[in-house]
Write a protein that binds this ligand. Structure first.
Ligand code: F3S
Length: 62
C-alpha cells in the first residue's frame, strides 16, 4: 500500500499528520508529505482514514 499527497491540492490543513503521524508530516512549505510512502500493514487503516478525512481529497492511499 502506498500513500501520496498531491501538494498542488493540499491546503495545509494539518489533519493527515494528526490522524496518521506515522505516514504523513507537514513539510517546510506548509504542505503535507507522505514521508513513509510505503504504508506498513498495521497503518493502513489510519492512512485510509487520513485519505478520507482530507477536506480537499489531496491524499491517495492505494
Ligand atoms: Fe493537506 Fe489534506 Fe493533509 S489538506 S495537510 S493533505 S489532510
Amino acid at each position: 500500500m502506498k500513500a501520496q499527497v498531491d501538494k498542488d491540492t493540499c491546503i495545509g490543513c494539518g489533519l493527515c499528520p494528526s490522524i496518521c503521524p506515522e505516514v504523513f508530516e507537514m513539510d517546510d512549505d506548509g504542505k503535507a508529505v507522505a514521508y513513509n510512502e510505503d504504508v506498513l500493514e498495521g497503518l493502513s487503516d489510519s492512512a485510509k482514514e487520513a485519505e478520507e478525512s482530507c477536506p480537499v481529497a489531496a491524499i491517495i492511499v492505494e
